[in-house]
Design a protein around this ligand. Structure first.
Ligand code: GRF
Length: 214
């Protein structure tokens, strides 16, 4: 049987791009089922853009500001850039814009996000401070498919980390970030290999309920 072609991936960022860098690193291996074909930022000075360029990856900037409150017009501009590069899968990696249902619909089942918490706990921003304030013993990260409702789509992979009694926001964030860099490449691999299906709003891997927590 002929090997499946590597999926062409676009990564959307707004800032640092450390998850983007983890995906780029994983995809350097030719046996990895996805190649990073494009990095798009809504911020022209995003640190991640320089990292992507130095890895030899095509980059583009779609500034959201000229679109003002016209969110769908921004999303359509984004879609035009992505579609012209024959992209199969889109990965959000610290992309700080809410995408419209229209955009999400274009990429149903092919749009991933990473969130720095064990969803469904701590949706939204400032997850580490909120986890500390809540006194949870476990925190973590989640890769999930994007649906129109924020931080709510089917979960592909999660990783848990302990919360220590003397943790501060930066120490906890660093522990979570380390597992983010592991699970995003794992999750993208599963999706690129077409091993993930969605049934009743939950992910199945190879047709079986996913052992999502690692
Ligand atoms: C990560 O914590 C990610 O989970 C969240 O935004 C942060 C982005 O960091 N969505 P980086 O730009 O990947 O370094």
């Amino acid at each position: 049987m002929a090997a499946m072609a590597r999926k062409r991936v676009a990564i959307l960022i707004s800032g640092r791009g450390s998850n983007m860098a983890a995906l780029i690193e994983a995809a350097k291996d030719e046996s990895y089922p996805a190649e990073i074909a494009l990095v798009v930022s809504n911020e022209a000075d995003a640190e991640g853009l320089a990292r992507a360029r130095s890895a030899g990856i095509e980059t583009a900037v779609v500034d959201h500001r000229p679109f003002g409150k016209e969110r769908e017009a921004f999303d359509r501009a984004l879609q035009a850039v992505i579609a012209s590069r024959r992209i199969d899968i889109v990965c959000l990696a610290g992309f700080m814009r809410l995408l419209t249902p229209w955009f999400v619909q274009q990429w149903q089942g092919r749009l991933l996000n990473i969130h720095p918490a064990l969803l469904p706990a701590f949706k939204g921003l400032d997850t580490h401070a909120r986890a500390l304030a809540a006194g949870v013993e476990q925190h973590g990260a989640t890769v999930h498919f994007v649906v129109p409702e924020m931080d709510s789509g089917p979960i592909v992979v999660q990783a848990a980390v302990p919360v220590h009694h003397d943790d501060t926001e930066p120490t906890l964030a660093a522990r979570v970030l380390a597992v983010e860099h592991m699970i995003y490449p794992q999750a993208l691999k599963l999706v690129a290999e077409e091993r993930v299906t969605i049934a009743s709003g939950r992910c199945l891997i190879d047709g079986k309920p996913a052992e999502t927590i690692c």
